[in-house]
Design a protein around this ligand. Structure first.
Ligand SMILES: Nc1ncnc2c1ncn2[C@@H]1O[C@H](COP(=O)(O)OP(=O)(O)O)[C@@H](O)[C@H]1O
Ligand SMILES: [Mg+2]
Length: 396
């Protein structure tokens, strides 16, 4: 049996220095970002404020309270490994600090009304806590609960980010490896195909000749995908080095459109409109070609085979712009964020399910455009088609 604390030791409603202590506790806890350090700081503040013999903090893991930090005889520490053991009775349901029948305090820690944990504070021998102590503990708990929750959320978020970074790294490595391995067979296939077409193995039957455009288009598509994978791995690893030179953007667009010719349907037209005078740009020609042909290829891929695609080159102030306009599926506002993400594909329309792609094209294109000091803009509405505009600085 504990005896009541002598009157001289009993606490009364918070005095100025106690409020100051709470104020300092707020500053101290707000500065914590590590959950264990926050738990230790909390039991320490609690022990000192209440002049407790012992303060034990339990925090909520899933549905269970597990002991996490302790203050005893002026020293505080956290438990490295969570100890087993049932948490204090009604530890989760308590809303305010309660004086227990043995004179100890049960201090619930909450944030936005949700339980975060609980502290059990035991008084010095032959003493008991009273409602004045409970009121002080409540002041501390009001600060400690949210601080503990924030620190734990931050910790969980950091762990998730680290995990995602690992996964991301594996993806990049896979991209580099897979694309490297795939490139050789594609090169061999392309070589043989061109020999076949040139009659190096004898005259080709007319029926075989007819299917050559299909084979060529598919091979070009695969080559594009593999190149996108390789380039993405380079961007991610910081291995992208631009080879900048002076070019006429009209010529680059002409080449990009020519490269996309294999994808154009017979009932479709792919047009290119350019200014009459040169549009000088300082760019990595091959990279800008990739960007523009990606955009043009998308415009063809994501449009019905009877609708046309128009490319327009223009000078806008100190930038050069290539606008690629289609009358295809269009993109809903809520899907705009997916467009430029790595592997981001929009599969809302069943018509897109059979369309081949990796979702790397726009991600890579924007990275490349930005590496040139440019960008890609989109205007689109579902059903009405899209206009993707690539902008790069004009060479002056
Ligand atoms: N012109 C377009 N019209 C409609 N949707 C498009 C267009 N261009 C791109 N998209 C959508 O954006 C997604 C991402 O494009 P992209 O990164 O080039 O990947 P991929 O073409 O490999 O699927 C596509 O899967 C498609 O859903
Ligand atoms: Mg694409």
């Amino acid at each position: 049996m504990r005896e009541p604390r002598p009157a001289s030791l009993r606490r009364h409603p918070p005095r100025v220095h106690e409020l100051e202590a709470i104020h300092q506790a707020t500053a101290l806890l707000a500065a914590q970002t590590d959950p264990d350090e926050t738990a230790v700081a909390t039991v320490c503040l609690c022990g000192e404020l209440l002049e407790a013999h012992r303060a034990l903090l339990w925090w909520l893991n899933g549905d269970h309270l597990v002991p996490r930090a302790q203050w005893r005889d002026g020293a505080a520490w956290s438990f490295e490994d969570e100890l087993a053991g049932a948490g204090p009775r009604h530890g989760l349901s308590a809303v305010r600090t309660e004086v227990e029948s043995d004179g100890s305090l049960l201090i619930p820690l909450r944030a936005d009304g949700e339980p975060v944990g609980v502290i059990v504070a035991e008084p010095e021998p032959r003493a008991v806590f009273d409602t004045a102590d409970a009121a002080q503990a409540d002041l501390l708990a009001a600060v400690a609960g949210p601080a503990l929750r924030t620190a734990r959320r931050l910790h969980d978020a950091e762990a998730t980010v680290a995990r995602l970074r690992d996964v991301d790294h594996v993806k990049t490595e896979f991209l580099a490896l897979a694309s490297h391995e795939l490139r050789t067979p594609i090169t061999v296939l392309t070589g043989y195909l061109s020999l076949l077409e040139d009659g190096a193995f004898g005259e080709m039957p007319a029926a075989s000749r007819d299917i050559m455009p299909v084979i060529n288009a598919r091979l070009a598509e695969m080559e594009g995908l593999i190149n996108a994978m390789l380039e993405t791995a380079r961007v991610e690893d910081g291995r992208l080095h631009l080879e900048i030179d002076a070019w006429d953007l009209r010529e680059i667009c002409d080449e990009a459109v020519r490269r996309c010719d294999v994808f154009v349907h017979t009932s479709q037209q792919l047009g290119l409109l350019c200014p009459e005078t040169p549009v000088p740009v300082l760019v990595d020609r091959e990279r800008l070609l990739t960007v523009i042909s990606n955009i043009v290829h998308n415009a063809i891929k994501y449009s019905p085979s009877h609708t046309d695609v128009h490319c327009t080159v223009a000078i806008e102030g100190d930038t050069a712009a290539v606008a690629v306009k289609d009358s295809g599926l269009g993109i809903a506002l809520e899907d705009m964020n997916t467009l430029f993400t790595r592997f981001g594909r929009i599969r809302r329309d069943p018509a897109t399910h059979s369309i081949m792609g990796t979702g790397l094209g726009l991600y890579l294109s924007r990275e490349l455009a930005r590496a040139h000091g440019g960008d890609i803009r989109v205007e689109s509405s579902p059903g009405a088609g899209s206009t993707f505009t690539v902008v790069v600085p004009l060479a002056t």
